[in-house]
Write a protein that binds this ligand. Structure first.
Ligand code: HEC
Length: 220
């Protein structure tokens, strides 16, 4: 394979004398149909209209879309943004730069197209997730983020009458908008064992082995 002759030598688009027009590549046959890769719906794939981020979802947001979004969100976003979206995911608690909470005023008002752009191209310290999440799934994730945002910021008046009865009694609001990070639990090293000369150590070990094994209490 290494030494196989190729049109255009070893470089794509290199000039060649094989065809009369000097090009090494041929045009696609007329009527060729792109399958699966024709990105005709620009908005679906960029979340932008011209240079502006879009304000609407490119598809209807259904229960299935939300369920799919929840699942993808929990896989790809929670390690940093947490299941609640308050930016206290495990990786952040272990030292990664803390993102802005999705319940922050600015991100609550950010257009859906902005979220699409962040997932597609990355943002500062956050890598992009274009390879891992299909464009359709990215929109589903954003629909779920909108649901998360509503879950933490809805007035009683916005809840449909017949659902209000099922609500638990009022509780103090959880702290979600804050930016402080819970410090990781302190792990303390076990106290150092006092040094014992070798014979002393062996003696202790023998004593231990001679003691009858106490049955461990069974956990209830
Ligand atoms: C590896 C950790 C990590 C993962 C996973 C991650 N992010 Fe982020 N995200 C960040 C960090 C860090 C920032 C802040 C970056 C900065 O300010 O430099 C951020 C910022 C953001 C922002 C806010 C941009 C702004 O204007 O402040 C959005 C929106 C966002 N991420 C969405 C997502 C979504 C949706 C997912 C899942 C598809 C996701 N992120 C997965 C780490 C992550």
């Amino acid at each position: 394979m290494h030494n196989q002759p190729r049109v255009g030598g070893n470089r794509t688009y290199r000039e060649s004398d094989f065809f009369p027009d000097g090009r090494s590549e041929r045009d696609l046959p007329q009527g060729t149909v792109a399958r699966g890769r024709l990105r005709e719906d620009t908005y679906l794939y960029t979340g932008k209209v011209g240079n502006n981020v879009g304000l609407v979802f490119p598809m209807p947001v259904t229960r299935e879309v939300l369920d799919r979004g929840e699942q993808r969100f929990n896989i790809y976003c929670t390690p940093c943004h947490s299941a609640l979206g308050n930016a206290r995911g495990m990786i952040v608690l272990r030292g990664l730069k803390q993102p802005t909470s999705f319940h922050d005023e600015r991100l609550r008002n950010a257009p859906v197209g902005y979220f699409f752009d962040v997932i597609t191209t990355g943002f500062g310290a956050m890598p992009d997730y274009a390879m891992q999440i299909t464009p359709e799934d990215r929109w589903a994730v954003i629909a779920y983020i909108r649901a998360l945002q509503l879950s933490q910021n809805t007035s009683l008046a916005q809840v449909p009458e017949q659902l209000r009865r099922n609500l638990p009694p009022a509780q103090p609001a959880p702290q979600t908008g804050g930016t402080e990070v819970t410090p990781p639990r302190q792990i303390t090293a076990p106290a150092e064992r006092p040094y014992l000369p070798q014979e002393e150590q062996q003696k202790q070990q023998q004593q231990k082995q001679q003691q009858p094994q106490q049955p461990r209490p069974r956990p209830r």
